[in-house]
Design a protein around this ligand. Structure first.
Ligand SMILES: [Zn+2]
Length: 352
């Protein structure tokens, strides 16, 4: 038996508030099964958090759940990158993190204004870096498998990240690069940190454990943004955590009904679930010590939220039994890249 503090996820898609398509209790259950006490909910719910009214609808549901849910507001109205939301209004309500996650804020002029305004308000930008997200979103990392699929080159991530880091240098805006996937992103973040800029970053479990050399794209399970890249990127990301360049492992938990995932790759929705599997698969991989995992899943995410003015939940002790078993998702949304993977650990059920 081992124990850990409860975890804090900086990247969850709650899906709600929605139009009654999503069972919101499934988020609470997935978090509990995975050992999480806190989640940071992205703004791209079915009802987008781009107005105070929508924020209130979200918070009404949050209150019903036995889970601490921290809220993010959108950077732009309807996440379409054409009009900024009223940041001051949200900051006055205690929302200190802004993100269009699922999309990037592409327009350079608007990005400049957003970074400038949010620096003055002492708020942070969490950016999903994807240059073609509005114009021509891709499917897969090179090399592509067939003519139908659009390649997602690493430049999509690097170009937005490079521009953003210049804006951070200009305005000293608190910045967090979401789910980085390439060695070159890591190098840029490392340089920014050496300059003393207020920058942090995260990586998702699937980018640490899988590469596009060892997966078969027979169905949509492996479709996500950013895509799973090369073995050398994967190794660099693992090392990036150990070197302290990457601060946090965040799940990018994105539940999808099976109708939109168990289909061919081109048509499949992007995203995988991760709250339930993250600790079991990472612990079992042997890539990190228990202390390292506690740093990436509890200590560092807590530090980031607290620095930005969020009040985190009281830490619980989570017990895990050392048992060789096969990981299976217990909640309804089972689009996990780790379904049926052999793991060495299981959460003690009395904590659920
Ligand atoms: Zn994203």
């Amino acid at each position: 038996m081992i124990s850990t503090p409860s975890f804090i996820d900086l990247h969850t898609h709650t899906r709600y508030p929605d139009n009654d398509n999503f069972q919101y209790r499934e988020i609470e259950k997935a978090a509990k099964y995975g050992g999480y006490s806190d989640i940071l909910a992205m703004a791209n719910s079915e009802i987008i958090i781009d107005s105070i009214e929508n924020l209130s609808v979200a918070k009404e549901i949050d209150k019903k759940l036995n889970l601490k849910i921290h809220r993010v507001a959108a950077l732009s109205k309807n996440l379409n990158g054409n009009e900024l939301v009223n940041y001051k209004e949200f900051a006055d309500k205690g929302i200190r993190i802004f993100s269009d996650d699922g999309k990037s804020l592409i327009n350079d002029e608007l990005a400049d204004l957003a970074f400038k305004t949010l620096a003055k308000l002492d708020c942070g930008i969490f950016q999903h870096c994807e240059l073609n997200c509005h114009s021509n979103p891709g499917d897969i990392a090179p090399p592509k498998l067939n003519n139908e699929l659009i390649e997602i080159y690493e430049e999509e991530e690097l170009k937005i990240l490079e521009r953003d880091l210049k804006l951070v240098e200009k305005y000293k805006t608190r910045y967090h690069a979401q789910h980085i996937s390439t060695k070159k992103s890591l190098d840029m973040i490392s340089r920014a940190k050496k300059l003393g800029l207020p920058v942090t970053t995260e990586v998702s479990p699937h980018h640490l454990l899988l590469s596009n050399e060892n997966i078969t794209f027979t169905d949509g399970t492996y479709k996500m943004y950013p895509p799973i890249r090369s073995e050398s990127d994967r190794n660099a990301l693992v090392q990036g955590l150990k070197d302290g360049v990457i601060d946090v492992i965040a799940t990018d938990h994105a539940p999808h009904p099976k109708e939109s995932k168990n289909i061919n790759f081109k048509q499949a929705a992007r995203g995988v679930v991760g709250l339930e599997s993250t600790f079991p698969v990472l612990f079992s991989s042997g890539l990190f010590s228990l202390d390292e995992l506690i740093t990436f899943l509890h200590i560092n995410p807590k530090k980031i939220l607290k620095q930005l003015g969020y009040r985190v939940a009281k830490t619980n002790k989570i017990s895990w039994s050392i048992t060789e078993t096969s990981f299976t998702t217990k909640t309804s949304y089972k689009n996990s890249t780790f379904e049926n993977t052999k793991v060495l650990i299981r959460k003690e059920l009395f904590n659920v």
